[in-house]
Design a protein around this ligand. Structure first.
Ligand SMILES: CC(=O)SCCNC(=O)CCNC(=O)[C@H](O)C(C)(C)COP(=O)(O)OP(=O)(O)OC[C@H]1O[C@@H](n2cnc3c(N)ncnc32)[C@H](O)[C@@H]1OP(=O)(O)O
Ligand SMILES: CCCC(=O)O
Length: 447
């Protein structure tokens, strides 16, 4: 059968398509800005017919209708592999659970059968002249998910950019069970968080670590974005991109002539990423643009792939770091904030890259709910905090007061290096605690 007739035969309404879901099924909602509102809304309408449907997603940027319609979680149980702001708020109300994931392992969870999938619901472009739909801005785990699912339902949306690969960025019409014509609404836009003066100071310190020809990974949050903005205005040359997430600041860097990718050892000339989230500026840039190549996360985030580019500079944000060098980036105490994501992958991969550096960046303080100034460098992590990067792997930590290098250092040397980049007003308290915890000696210095 030619693909056009096959497509038309499989084209149904959203209400028809979601009838395949049964009580107790595992349903995967796709990822990031490629989650389908249309299929979620149709499934939510079936609430009273269904019980115990286990819904999974990755960083869904909106609260699904299925979850909002079922506050007792009798019909739908919602789980996210990496919390968005929306998932965080649902988790605060006990309506969303976190599933732990070291991001590069994601596709293998399906391949090894750890996460059975009855129904995959994704969003795609219309088929091209060869019968292939494109997975848009979320390559990530989506192909592996569809390979594993018993049934694949795809919302077709004309606003989805056709993002070139790489690999595994398409599915053929024959690999999808049902197509649903979507509303063609534009993808959700996530504008970058505003950049503060402190972010700019940290970005300046980071910029000193970046040389011409370096290969960049920028993590999520305001600070990596500040670095991107500053690079765009610098005179750095021939930068490469091998990153997990592509954000608007990469477009700025490319358009300013900073990125050529010509000094990359792997995927020369290509801006390699696994998912993209930002504004229409980014989505328009990605559409049919051969300078960008999306790959599954099992490729982009595998430390053995990351290290094949020399001079990998990986810049990631954190919530707190303790004096032992442990990094908590995904929770504040027991409050799940985001996820491990690719932070561990890139810190480890950067270390294996010749000339590479993995930088954990954070403002030295934050203001708590009672308006009190608190140090993010802490004697020990807040009880309940989840370690995202263990002390054995962590190496560079940057605040607005400088950079600490931890490799090869004893506990008292680490404590000293970290206290020296803590907020000056909060250093005495940290020294007292370090002393009490037997990680401070008489010769310890403070700058
Ligand atoms: C996509 C990629 O990142 S690539 C690979 C890297 N992956 C990762 O680094 C994953 C882990 N890191 C992260 O998720 C992020 O970098 C973060 C969470 C550390 C920072 O992200 P940002 O968007 O800048 O965080 P932001 O400052 O908006 O804070 C997020 C939430 O954490 C809360 N928070 C932040 N710091 C603290 C703190 N020290 N104590 C308590 N709560 C805190 C904020 O209040 C906010 O909660 P809210 O939404 O209820 O208001
Ligand atoms: C799903 C991964 C997102 C991140 O690494 O932050």
């Amino acid at each position: 059968m030619d693909y056009k007739s096959e497509y038309l035969r499989k084209l149904v309404t959203a209400d028809e398509a979601v009838k395949v879901v049964k009580s107790g099924d595992s349903v995967h909602y796709g990822e990031f800005v490629m989650v389908s509102h249309v299929l979620d809304a149709a499934l939510a309408k079936r609430k009273d017919e269904l019980e115990g449907v286990n819904i999974r997603t990755v960083t869904c940027p909106f609260p699904p209708q299925t979850v909002l319609n079922d506050p007792e979680r009798k019909h739908f149980i919602y789980n996210d592999w990496h919390f968005s702001g929306a998932s965080r708020k649902l988790h605060d109300k006990n309506l969303c659970n976190y599933s732990s994931l070291t991001y590069h392992e994601g596709p293998s969870f399906f391949e090894r059968g750890y996460v059975p999938v009855d129904v995959a619901m994704i969003k795609v472009t219309p088929p091209d002249q060869h019968g292939f739909v494109n997975l848009g801005t979320s390559n990530s785990i989506t192909h592996a998910l569809c390979d594993a699912a018993k049934v694949v339902i795809a919302e077709v949306n004309e606003s989805v950019p056709r993002c070139m690969g790489g690999s595994r960025e398409t599915l053929h019409v024959s690999e999808i069970d049902y197509f649903v014509q979507g509303d063609n609404k534009p993808l959700i836009q996530l504008p970058a968080t505003p950049i503060s003066e402190v972010d700019k100071t940290i970005a300046k310190i980071i910029l000193e670590q970046i040389n011409d020809g370096a290969c960049l990974q920028l993590g999520i949050g305001a600070m990596p974005n500040a670095v991107g903005a500053m690079i765009a205005q610098s005179d750095l040359k021939d930068l490469g991109v091998h990153t997990e997430m592509l954000v608007d600041s990469f477009v700025d860097m490319y358009e300013a002539g900073r990125i050529t990718g010509l000094r990359k050892q792997l995927d020369k000339g290509k801006m390699v990423y696994t998912f993209a989230m930002g504004t229409n500026k980014l989505y328009d840039f990605l559409n049919n643009n051969p300078v960008c190549a999306s790959y599954p996360v099992s490729y982009t985030n595998d430390p053995d792939t990351i290290c094949q580019n020399d001079n990998m500079i990986c810049i990631n944000n954190a919530i707190e770091v303790d004096l032992y060098g442990q990094v908590a980036s995904e929770s504040s105490g027991t409050r799940q904030i985001s996820g491990t994501g690719g932070q561990l992958d890139y810190i480890y991969g950067s270390y294996k890259s010749k000339g590479g550096k993995g930088l954990i960046c954070l403002t030295s303080t934050f203001v708590d709910k009672d308006g009190k100034l608190r140090s993010r460098i802490k004697p020990t992590l807040t009880p309940g905090a989840i370690v995202t990067v263990p002390r054995s792997i962590n190496y560079y930590v940057v605040t607005e007061y400088g950079m600490a290098m931890l490799k090869g250092k004893s506990t008292w040397q680490r404590a000293e290096a970290l206290i020296n980049i803590a907020h000056p007003d909060l250093r005495d308290e940290l020294i007292k605690e370090a002393d009490a915890n037997k990680i401070w000696i008489r010769s310890n210095k403070r700058s």
